[in-house]
Design a protein around this ligand. Structure first.
Ligand SMILES: CC(C)=CCC/C(C)=C/CC/C(C)=C/CC/C(C)=C/CC/C(C)=C/CC/C(C)=C/CC/C(C)=C/COP(=O)(O)OP(=O)(O)O
Ligand SMILES: O=P(O)(O)OC[C@@H](O)CO
Ligand SMILES: [Mg+2]
Length: 232
């Protein structure tokens, strides 16, 4: 059950259903000691791609959750569902609009124990997700911290996600977000973690680090990020 699990996560791999990963690489990732596999991406996510990846990850015992990016690619069978809301989007649809429509259509199917809201702050202007969601990425650390305080201490969202997808972020920004968040909300960090060293740096402030792109470019380096933050 997602709501019982996510608070213990220190590390997760995010695997994109739109990208190729070999069976050998997938086995190494799933058996690495990571806390969870997140299936998600912002481009080219299809139902077929999601089902294919889910069935392959299901050969292993690692928890597997879907980070929903389109309604059409939701399928049963995951251990839980993460719902991103891009707090610094200039467009209402990415904050609450698509969510409202989805709840109207599928709200009756939702198991509250398996669904988790993530307040995203998207900070790399060059990431596809920033363009897609019209994120206002040029924010000062105080402005990011204000989103963290809002998401954490006021709204008590389960997760605040500092997202630098594609590049390693500013650790001072991450620290300030942590300080502003309060103790109800888990801080997720993702973006440019491509070594044990960077994994350690980010996990000094983030409760959970998310590792994505490097798993396609350098599997060994990706696996090293697990050992860097977890005592196995
Ligand atoms: C049958 C069954 C199991 C039913 C379950 C019912 C259920 C769970 C219903 C869902 C209800 C609900 C509220 C759904 C939300 C609908 C929705 C589409 C919301 C919008 C989400 C959103 C803001 C998407 C934008 C993209 C985004 C933030 C994706 C997150 C992943 C991410 C940031 C990937 C990074 O992107 P990447 O591909 O790596 O690309 P770049 O590196 O280039 O950025
Ligand atoms: O792909 P990277 O840059 O590792 O980022 C991970 C994750 O935060 C993407 O949503
Ligand atoms: Mg990516």
């Amino acid at each position: 059950m997602l709501k019982q699990m996510y608070r213990t996560w220190q590390h997760a791999f995010k695997i994109d259903p739109d990208k190729d990963v070999s069976d050998e690489a997938l086995e190494a990732l799933c058996e690495s000691g990571t806390d969870a596999i997140i299936v998600g991406g912002s481009q080219g996510v299809t139902l077929d791609g999601v089902i294919d990846l889910l069935s392959r990850v299901r050969r292993y015992t690692v928890p597997c959750v879907l980070e929903i990016s389109t309604v059409d690619s939701i399928t049963p069978g995951f251990d839980g569902y993460l719902i991103p809301s891009v707090l610094n989007s200039e467009k209402r649809e990415w904050i609450i609009g698509l969510h409202h429509k989805a709840i109207e259509a599928y709200g009756h199917l939702i198991d509250d124990e398996e669904i988790l809201l993530e307040g995203y702050c998207v900070l790399n202007k060059d990431a596809a997700v920033a363009e897609l969601t019209a994120a206002k990425t040029a924010l000062t650390s105080d402005e990011v911290a204000a989103y963290a305080q809002l998401a954490g201490r006021l709204w008590e969202m389960p997760v605040f996600y500092v997202e630098y997808s594609g590049t390693f972020g500013d650790m001072d920004v991450l620290k300030q977000a942590k300080d502003a968040l309060g103790d109800k909300t888990r801080l997720f960090y993702g973006g440019g973690i491509d070594s044990a060293e960077r994994a350690k740096q980010a996990s000094a402030y983030a409760d959970t680090i998310i590792v994505g792109n490097i798993l396609y470019d350098d599997l060994k380096a990706a696996l090293a990020t697990v050992k860097a933050v977890k005592t196995l």
